[in-house]
Design a protein. Structure first.
Length: 117
């Protein structure tokens, strides 16, 4: 099993920045990719950014140029640097890890990001 713990959410004014962290533990070697997803009230969970074990990244169009995903393999942690935040970025942000051994996604508990206008 893989356990994920997110941190770094909070309240920020529009135009501000936040950095989210996600620490993984458990069967780390079975993780092939990790990512950040978000879910706003009344909306479906959507991809924000994704990073593979070899460092390839991709981003949702809505966050390109503003958000940056990165990883620290030594700490089994990924980060999401969010700059130029907008009120529409407000959501619960979830960290996900794809476990290739079971072909399933593991999820963290989520962290709330609130952006005031």
């Amino acid at each position: 099993q893989v356990q994920l713990v997110e941190s770094g959410g909070g309240l920020v004014q529009a135009g501000g920045s936040l950095r989210l962290s996600c620490a993984a533990s458990g069967i780390i070697f079975e993780i092939s990719a990790m990512g950040w997803y978000r879910q706003a009230p009344g909306k479906q969970r959507e991809l924000v950014a994704h990073i593979t074990n070899d460092g390839k990244t991709n981003y949702a169009d809505l966050v390109k140029g503003r958000f940056t995903i990165s990883r620290d393999s030594a700490k089994d942690t990924i980060y999401l640097q969010m700059d130029s935040l907008k009120p529409e970025d407000a959501a619960v942000y979830y960290c996900g890890a794809y476990v290739y051994g079971s072909s399933t996604w593991s999820w963290g508990q989520g962290t709330q990001v609130t952006v005031s206008s």
